[in-house]
Design a protein around this ligand. Sequence first.
Ligand code: OXD
Ligand code: MN
Length: 591
Amino acid sequence: MALTNNKAVLDWVEEMAAMTQPDAVVWVDGSEAQLDELRGQALKSGEIIALNEEKLPGCFLHRTAVNDVARVEHRTFICSRREEDAGPTNNWMDPQEMYAKLKRLYTGAMKGRTMYVIPFSMTVPESPFAKFGIEITDSIYVVLNMAIMTRIGLRVLRCLDASKDPSDFTKGLHAKAEIDEENRYIVQFPEDNAIWSINSGYGGNVLLGKKCFALRIASHLGHNEGWMAEHMLILGIENPQGEVRYLAAAFPSACGKTNLAMLIPPEIYKKKGYKVWCVGDDIAWLRIGPDGRLWAVNPEAGFFGVAPGTNMKSNPNALLSTQKNTIFTNVVHNLDDNTVWWEGLDKNPPANALNWKGEKWDSADGSKGAHPNSRFTAPAGQCPCISDKFEAPEGVPISALVFGGRRAKTAPLVYQSRDWQHGVFVGSIMASETTAAASGAVGVVRRDPMAMLPFCGYHMGDYFRHWLEMGKRIPKPPKIFNVNWFRTDEDGGFIWPGFGDNMRVLDWIIGRAFDEADAVESPVGYLPKAEDINLDGLDKISLETLRSLLSIDKELWREEARGIHEFYEKFGDHLPRELRDELAKLEANLA
Ligand code: OXD
Ligand code: MN
């Protein structure tokens, strides 16, 4: 039975059902009773496996098809009406052509299946910043994941119905179809506020609230409406006086975003009373508040984190978040005690186990048991360091924005931009190197501006312009920084210890944001002096080593500038003149 009289919702659901032809339509009300019933059905069909009720209560294991284990950027499209609006970094097709192509694939795709209608909200539905959506799917796995990652059900419908425009919701359509790689499409239609995803069952492609909506569609909405949707974690640092100061940080994948979001401070900080609180680990929506500061909300309700490498040392808070009510995808199934395992969890791979494909697995044969992109979906509220502002409707005020990448030699441990415009330049030149071989050779540079390359729903040149315009409109803008935890020595080993010790760098950043810390000028921006970073209790890093981590190699940076020129060419006349000016300034500083 439909849960609403909202005509816009009813008409759209009816239209999608007429096309996909399911045997039944089920409205997801968000109740525990209904979710439990769905879990029961998914257990029966084998879609999920119940794990050890004592060790992992409320936890399940799911396996995707072997051809369907990650986001598929080459099959992800931004179908704006004009090709120019998608820009040079997105795949594009004419929307009418794409709709025609997809309609053929969706027609009858749910025959013999049940269609689930999931009303969802990004951020708490009562927040003035909430955006509503409906995801239609034929996958119970999707329903169960959306119940963790977003707020779902009746509560959302009521807020949508009571909103200024009850027809203003994102229309998300997902069908598993045959999980056929050749016909897999993840398509955003920004002007229609619509997302169509077909032939995948993997989270990043099918949990439409996440990358598809909260980044691609939302970045387009933010551009039109004067706010920002960013690929950023949000954290708060509480000082011994009990004051919490917040920052948001963008990193490309595989740079430790979830680890930083849940950082545990070094002993000397803990002793003094410092604490770190996680507001979000992946996405931030940023708006100008009535007080003239930039405020952030985490639009999500859960963590969809990479499992391998997560352990009690690297990220105890993430691991502890996954000990109940969690869905594991593509990890090892330990048959002895019906639990899960992944590479890097501990040094004891289970002897009696199935790998991520569900095959009998012997770790001794050298093969990986868990897929490198295996995941956990865990409620954020279970994180031991979750912020008490996690669900605050107004969000948290941001004092610093941090960009970062993986650079073996070029970028110093940390530097501060001279002002907002320079900060936008710093974000626009973000890059990561494919990890260098043990020889220390520098890898290939992949530019990923603001870590948004796969997630910007419109022309990236216009996105840079939007950042510049926002800077002019924020009366009290956050300061902008860049960090690099990944400088290497001659043997290719990381010099900076990273993890909890990154707190020492965040400490300087927050100090700068509140005009409490010193800096010196350099060709690339403001740098701390080595003495400005607190090294107490970190014996393995000498002042001299720290100085080397903060050094600027002008020759490398001149080469960097040449690479930036080449990258900027892509954007043609959409590239804001201000960024060319900043590049020219950098070159002059290096001359
Ligand atoms: C993610 C990603 O899954 O950035 O968060 O790919
Ligand atoms: Mn991400």
